[in-house]
Structures are given as structure tokens and as C-alpha cells.
Design a protein. Structure first.
Length: 446
């Protein structure tokens, strides 16, 4: 057998060429196979072709070396010529078959698949209008219909705190990311990071109420452009010749005001109801402090409700009204073990990463409980975040917001938010917890 292999190897080359040529048939006519086999056919056929070629090549090398050692140089050259001819004929036969074959247009199918995938993504893109429930949320819904239009809401909780526990109220305002940024800026409504109260929209945009606390320090002047009123006063009328109701500075005490700026429809009754609804909303936020003015209650108010009973994790994204290109997010997850969360923002058009955020994961052994993670609120200052095309300085340093990238105002693009969990235990692999796609916009910045 050994002598026959060395002296007459052509039979083996014939077999290898035949197997290689037959293996190409499923590649050229994929529809000849059952549908369930078509996915694996290219891999199997490719392995057979490669195996046949390598086996034939190994045999020709071995037999050629054996003949050269016996000084049969001429027979070696003839054998090499025959081997190349056999594989040349095989390649030629494959070309002929390929010419007449019904091979699917892979590039067209890939392009069609990519187009269909892109259309499917675009159809499932969400707008960043989720309602966040954490204490850092800057967009707060209000429902003005049931509130008065003739008098200013008396603010019982705020007045009680201001008069009897001003230290607790001041600690709340200065510690809360929602309020602490603009306690001395009367033009807060034109800057990112302030609270906006939004009535429901029905067939149009009735308007927004921009809200901030304002405290005078030293020789500071009263906020200009605001009409100073007190809780319980009659609602001031719209000045003659003006279409917009006046901005209000509601006096809580000398030197401490609650600023409200209505931006929207000039309909006076609608604006007055919205302003009172905003006052009620702010007053209700501090009600727990008025009822129990302690440091423990303060921490509970600042922390908010951290746990949620649910089985499926969720990711919520909000773009505060009038603060274009800036975002807040909340992730409700429970990985069940210690580790780190990594939020990856991916541009769906180029499939490139735009930003990466990392923060410690909260967890519970109770699988029926999800824990709230605020973004960017849960990101410790000492943890680095990676940015690709994002320029620092777009937003105020303490703003509870993040931007994705700098660009022209209203320049929209599709992105995916991918939340990954990396366990502290190195033996466990990282896993994807949530993925949601949104249509977002760039932040113009200052």
C-alpha cells in the first residue's frame, strides 16, 4: 500500500479533486438542499474543499520528496505537472459551473437585510419623553385644570419650613441636584439644568412653567424682571400692552423667593392655572419635611423611592423641555450580585460608541425588586467616563444632565443605549441588561 501511494498517487488526487468539486455544488445551488440545511452548508462545503486541497497538497509534497531522494527528477517534474493540471481542470470546471449556477446575490441580500434592519430600527426608535420619578428629575408634570386663577396658592408647607425650620429648607435646596444649581440666577429659565413643570398637551403646546428658588446674599438686589408677590395674594393681572403674564417672584421671607416664569400661550386663565399648579407641586415636595423636619426625613426626601417591585428591568430617558440636547436617565435593574454597570451610547448610523458611563450597581437578593439608578446622578465624580466626540464644558458642572455630543441645535440622530453589567467576580462574564433605541439630538452648548 505504501509503494502504491508513492508510485501511483494519482488516484488519491482524483478523489480529492472530485470531492472538492462535489462540495462546491451546494455553494452554487443552495436551493438544492432542504431549507434547514442551508445555513450550515457553506461551512461544511468550505471545510471539505479546504480539506481535499490540503490532503492532495500534502501527498504531492511527500511523493515528490520520496522521488527526489531516489533521483527520479524527471518523474517528479511530470508528477507535479499532472497534479497542477488536475487542480487546474477542477478549477476550470468550477468556473464553468459557477457561470451557469443560480447563486444568490449576497451583496444585494446583505444590502436588503441592512436596509430592512435600519427601517426596523427607525420604526422602533423612541423619543426621550419618559417620565422619570426620581428626586433629580427636572421635568415634572402638572395638571392645572382644578386650580384657581384669582389667588396665588398659599404654600403652607414652604411657609412653615421657612418660618420655623429654615435650616432644613436651606439644606434641602442646597443639597438637591434639582434645585441647587440656580439659587442666585434670575435668568435660570434660559439655561440647562433647571426645573420645568409641564401641563398635559392636547392639540398644541399650552406652555411651560420654569421654576427656581432664589436667595439674596449680602447686598444682592431683588430679581429684576419679576413681579414680587406673596402667598395668598391676588393673582396679578397681565400688564397693559403685554401679551405674556408677568414672571413671579413669590416671597417666602425677606431675601428668599420662589421664581416662576410662564412661557407659552398668552391666554391668561391658562397661565394662571399653570402657575398655581406649579406652586402646589413645589409645596407638596417639601410636605414630608414640614411634617417631620429632621435630618433623617431630609435624606429620605433627597433619596426618593429607590426600590420598585417589577420583574423586567427598564431604562427611561428624558429630555427636559426647552433644554435641547440634554438628557436624564433612570435604570431600574437588579443584577443580584455586586459589580459595575457600564452604559454605552452607540450611534446606530455608524455603529460607533459616542459615550461610556460607569457606576456601581445596586443589587438585592430579592429578585422581585428593581433598584433605581440615576444617570448621571449615580455616577461618582471619581469614576472616569469615556467620550468620543463629546466636548467637556457643554453643561454646568453640577447639572443633573448629560449631553451626548456637541452639534447644531435640533441635529437629530439615532442611538442605542446599552446597559451592561460587569460582575465583581471575575469568573462570571459581563452581560447585557437592557438595550433601547432613541432618536436624540446634539447639544449646541454655550
Amino acid at each position: 500500500m505504501k509503494n502504491n501511494l508513492i508510485t501511483q498517487p494519482r488516484t488519491w488526487h482524483y478523489i480529492c479533486c472530485t470531492v472538492a468539486l462535489l462540495a462546491c455544488l451546494p455553494l452554487l445551488w443552495p436551493r438544492m438542499l432542504p431549507r434547514s440545511w442551508r445555513a450550515d452548508a457553506p461551512d461544511i462545503a468550505g471545510a471539505l474543499v479546504l480539506g481535499s486541497l490540503l490532503l492532495s497538497l500534502t501527498l504531492i509534497i511527500i511523493t515528490s520528496i520520496a522521488m527526489l531522494l531516489r533521483l527520479r527528477n524527471l518523474r517528479t517534474l511530470v508528477q507535479l505537472f499532472v497534479w497542477m493540471t488536475l487542480w487546474g481542470v477542477t478549477a476550470g470546471a468550477f468556473c464553468v459551473l459557477a457561470y451557469f449556477a443560480d447563486v444568490p446575490d449576497i451583496s444585494r441580500e446583505s444590502a436588503t437585510a441592512a436596509t430592512n434592519e435600519q427601517e426596523e430600527i427607525e420604526q422602533t426608535l423612541s423619543l426621550p419623553t419618559d417620565e422619570l420619578t426620581g428626586p433629580d428629575s427636572l421635568c415634572i408634570p402638572i395638571f392645572p385644570k382644578k386650580y384657581a386663577t384669582d389667588t396665588i396658592y398659599p404654600l403652607p408647607n414652604l411657609k412653615s419650613l421657612e418660618n420655623e425650620h429654615s435650616d432644613i429648607l436651606r439644606a434641602y435646596i442646597e443639597t438637591s441636584p434639582r434645585w441647587s444649581l440656580y439659587t442666585g440666577d434670575s435668568t435660570f429659565y434660559a439655561k440647562p439644568g433647571h426645573v420645568v413643570m409641564q401641563p398635559p398637551t392636547t392639540g398644541g403646546i399650552p406652555g411651560l412653567v420654569h421654576v427656581a428658588f432664589h436667595r439674596l446674599v449680602g447686598g444682592d438686589r431683588l430679581p429684576s424682571g419679576y413681579l414680587i408677590v406673596r402667598p395668598g395674594d391676588p393673582m396679578p393681572p397681565t400688564p397693559a400692552g403685554s401679551e405674556q403674564v408677568p414672571d413671579l417672584a413669590v416671597e417666602l421671607s425677606p431675601g428668599h423667593y420662589l421664581l416662576l416664569a410662564w412661557r407659552g400661550t398668552s391666554h391668561t386663565e391658562t397661565a394662571h392655572r399653570a402657575l398655581n399648579a406649579a406652586l402646589v407641586s413645589v409645596d407638596s415636595m417639601v410636605r414630608p419635611l414640614a411634617e417631620s423636619p429632621t435630618q433623617q426625613t431630609l435624606q429620605q426626601v433627597l433619596e426618593g423611592r429607590r426600590e420598585l417591585e417589577a420583574s423586567e428591568p427598564s431604562f427611561l430617558l428624558s429630555e427636559p423641555p426647552s433644554q435641547f440636547g440634554t438628557y436624564q436617565a433612570e435604570a431600574y435593574i437588579n443584577p443580584g450580585e455586586p459589580g459595575t454597570c457600564i452604559l454605552r451610547i452607540v450611534d446606530l448610523t455608524s455603529n460607533t460608541s459616542l459615550r461610556l458611563f460607569s457606576f456601581p450597581a445596586q443589587f438585592s437578593k430579592n429578585s422581585r425588586v428593581l433598584l433605581r439608578h440615576d444617570i448621571p446622578g449615580s455616577i461618582p465624580p471619581n469614576l472616569l467616563t469615556a467620550s468620543f466626540g463629546y466636548e467637556p464644558g457643554l453643561l454646568p458642572e453640577k447639572a443633573p444632565l448629560f449631553a451626548i455630543r456637541r452639534g447644531a441645535s435640533h441635529q437629530t440622530f439615532p442611538v442605542a443605549f446599552e446597559l451592561w453589567f460587569v460582575p465583581s467576580d471575575a469568573s462570571n462574564n459581563e452581560r447585557l441588561l437592557i438595550r433601547r433605541c432613541f432618536m436624540v439630538q446634539a447639544c449646541e452648548g454655550s
